[in-house]
Design a protein around this ligand. Sequence first.
Ligand SMILES: [Ca+2]
Ligand SMILES: [Ca+2]
Length: 568
Amino acid sequence: MIKKIHIFLLLLTFTFILVSCGSTTYTVTFIYNEGTTEEVNVVKNKTVDRPEKIIEQEFQVFIDWFLGESVYDFNLPVTKDLVIEAKYYDFRLEYPNQDIYYQIFVRSFADSDNDGIGDLNGITQNLDYLKSLGITALWLLPIHPSPSYHGYNVTDYYGIQPDYGTMEDFDNLVEKASELGIKIVLDLVVNHTSDQHLWYKEAIKGSNNPYRNYYLFNNNGNAYESFVGGMKDLNLANPEVVNEIYNIMDFYIEKGVDGFRLDAALHFFDRHGYKAKSFENGVFIHSLNSHMKEKYGRGYIVSEVFDYNYLAYPDYYIGSDSLFDFYTAQQIWQKIGSGSSSYLFVSNLARMYNDIKKVAPDFIPATFLTNHDLDRLASMPEFKGINAMERIKQATNVLLTLPGNPFIYYGEELGMQGTRKEGVNVPGYGTAYDEFRRTPFLWGNDYQTSWFPDSENTLTANQQQQSKDSNSLYSHYKSLIEIRKQTPALMFGNSFIPYNGNSGKLQGYIRTIETEYFRQAVLVIHNVSLDTMSLTLDHKQILYGNLELKPYETVIVEIDYNSIGDFT
Ligand SMILES: [Ca+2]
Ligand SMILES: [Ca+2]
């Protein structure tokens, strides 16, 4: 009892002292990212400690703690309740269209209902796979009704190929992908339609039909076609056709799609006896892109100009955010793959980048190693023979350290094989050509499709196997993607400065980024030779690899931004 009285008196005294000294406390509220808050009580006229933890989200860099518009001074005594907010530089806001893409041929990717054909629900159910691989955006090959297996002759731009599912399935995919921060870009095939499209069925009824001018008929009544196989070129000079295209774009942008891949842009204004000029195609793309951006304030256009010569690329950048970089792809095959004239690799790329930059300073090259119209990388002669896997991995290192948006063709992360075969008869399928470049993704589980009997990948390790192997190509992709995402100088912007130590054995470049709050310089060096190369570099940290480069290895180091001049 006496003890209790003592404690009571002690408390009373303590309270009295506190009150007599005027020692009130104030609440300092720290607001972290996404509204997470933490409250700290501070005695009047004392200082508050700077929080130790900083919550950075993907593609954000912490700037500082702000009281209102000013950086908070943690040396100041606290004299009232305060709300101090963390501010971040968000690269996503500055570079809204820079992503790491995964290109999906829906028919071959993932089958959700066991009919052997890949479908939209199969993608939705494997978004966790894509998220874990690290990609941030998907390009879906055509998803609309079409008489062909590949879908590039569309019969209804507002429908979903029944094999692939329904419009509800598509909406669900967009919603679920968006929840994971994965964008969706659709193949917009408007150079031509199927000859089974309603517009064309009308157009052939006679020269007075209202749809006649949707196509390019000559005096003999033949509609122009850039490609054989029931694909009739649209008349893109007809404002009614342009309006139809605007409506298709609006329909999907309003569904939450993030942009479009323009198929066959090289052929937009071709007609009977006339080859389109790159300039007029570029200006047309500009009209589509500005329609989208003016109406919705967002969107992304990546154009397919199937040309290994880059001279026309600047014209296409008049209207495109991105252009598929066939030139760089070929440089990678030749100079990384087969190793011919490797000493020219970086200087060749720099020359192209500089030419494009004059026209489009913010250009985003859409880099790739291969796609649905090309043989698989692992099947190319350039990537066969000695050190084949090392060279495939180095090609991956190049892809994931160059400027722009890397596009990974599904299955490349597994090193799938596939080559075009010229009209061979495939038992159980029929005559096949490009199907071998577009074969079922190797899940090794129930999602694997079976619409085409693949005979080229019997020895390729499947996804289940490769995900358990830290040395697999899949694991390599995953780690390089992770490094790119965590390194703003690699992920954003289009800087590319040749390294001054380039030779026939080493090819390197510096990637930089500079913003008001953050700057970074990263040096990437590829050993393109069969010799082990030991490097001595003054660096801040090694992001990947090590300075003793074995044949076809790559090292990525962060260097002091002020020392760039020492390396260039
Ligand atoms: Ca299916
Ligand atoms: Ca055309």
